[in-house]
Design a protein around this ligand. Structure first.
Ligand SMILES: Nc1nc2c(ncn2[C@@H]2O[C@H](COP(=O)(O)OP(=O)(O)OP(=O)(O)O)[C@@H](O)[C@H]2O)c(=O)[nH]1
Length: 353
């Protein structure tokens, strides 16, 4: 965990959380558009100073947008902060607390929490809180400098409230999507072999334990195939590791294609694969293994991998037995695989009774 934190904190700031900066760009766009609407609203309500404040705001958001586009994130952050803080203060001092301009300050809370380190986040949150309270307290003592009619004030309040509601909802759903997609990526990374896209050994062990538990409950048969490419070292040695990797991908696809959707296939070691076949006894598992072996023979390896060698595979087959644990079933398949290798390879061998 510590090493993970270290690696994150040593990344350059602009590369950190790129989604955050993309979101900031989107927000600058939305806020600029809202300020154009504000310009029209305040002109209509007879408050020209606030109308022209919005022209400055639009310019600041446009500046922030282009700063983010060219990755000058610090300038963008300063522009956005300056805009929101000054706009909220001006709006409140000119037409009153009831205008609801202070709601915009609250939008900084989630932004600070996701973008700053913990210490800076605490300082920034305290400063924001102080600013918010100071504005509130100020308005107990002074009257708005440029009051607008009460009905107009209600309209401004409703407008501000609605914009902040909409933006919070948008931000919340955006972050939810981000978290869900990050979770999915993490799960894939934890369970999948990056080269072949098959399950990795750790996840296969987990899935195998589930199958074992199901077998112990229901007694339904579960077949195991241990598959090993023949003379794979020679392929690496003759054509290079990258060619070997290409071949491994095609091998994985071939195994996957010949099995059913409910069968579980994983990369068990370098050029060794494990398949778990639910509801399959050893005879049926042997038939599946035979299909895979034949598919290897039928494949045009040169066309698929660029390697001018026909690859073959040896397969050991076993079936879960009462009292088995995972390693005993795999180990019987391994013994059968060894027999298949020692009897000349390109064969399917069944475990002995
Ligand atoms: N390209 C590539 N090669 C790998 C990978 N993992 C393991 N290997 C290679 O797989 C080869 C396995 O060699 P051996 O265990 O001697 O087996 P073999 O040459 O297939 O011989 P038999 O299994 O006896 O038929 C080694 O050369 C490993 O370097 C990988 O991810 N990519």
């Amino acid at each position: 965990m510590d090493s993970l934190n270290l690696s994150i904190s040593y990344e350059p700031a602009r590369q950190r959380r790129p989604q955050f900066w993309r979101l900031a760009m989107r927000c600058a766009q939305i806020a600029g558009t809202v300020d154009v609407a504000f310009f029209a609203l305040f002109l209509a309500l007879g408050s020209p100073i606030l109308a022209w404040v919005n022209v400055v705001s639009v310019a600041m958001y446009a500046g922030a947008y282009y700063a983010l586009k060219y990755r000058i994130n610090k300038i963008a952050v300063v522009l956005i902060w300056a805009e929101v803080l000054s706009h909220a203060a001006l709006g409140i001092i000119l037409i009153g607390w009831e205008s609801g301009f202070h709601y915009y300050l609250l939008m900084f809370i989630p932004a600070i929490c996701v973008s700053a380190g913990r210490r800076w986040a605490i300082y920034a949150l305290l400063t924001l809180w102080g600013y918010y309270v100071a504005l509130d307290a100020l308005m107990w003592f002074i009257e708005p400098l440029q009051p607008i009619p009460e009905s107009a004030l209600h309209i401004v309040h409703l407008f501000n409230l609605s914009v902040v509601f909409a933006m919070f909802s948008y931000l919340a759903s955006y972050y939810l999507r981000m978290v869900v997609s990050a979770q999915r990526k993490l799960r894939d990374m934890a369970t999948t072999d990056p080269l072949t896209g098959l399950f990795n050994r750790r996840h296969m062990t987990y899935l195998a334990q589930n199958e074992l538990a199901r077998f112990q409950r229901s007694g339904h048969p579960v077949g195991f195939l241990l598959l090993d490419i023949d003379h794979f070292k020679a392929i690496n040695d003759s054509f290079g590791h990258e060619a070997g990797d290409r071949a491994l991908i095609v091998v994985a696809d071939t195994i996957r294609e010949e099995l059913r959707a409910q069968d579980l296939v994983g990369r068990w070691g370098g050029e060794e694969f494990l398949a778990i076949l639910p509801e399959t006894d050893s005879e049926k598992a042997r038939a599946s293994a035979g299909r895979i072996r034949k598919a290897f023979l039928a494949k045009d390896w040169k066309e698929m991998t660029g390697i001018p060698v026909d690859m073959t595979i040896s397969i050991g087959v076993s079936e879960l037995r009462a009292g088995d644990d995972l390693s005993s079933a795999v180990s019987r398949a391994d013994t059968a695989l060894y027999r298949s290798k020692s009897s000349g390879r390109n064969r399917v061998e069944l475990e002995t009774a």
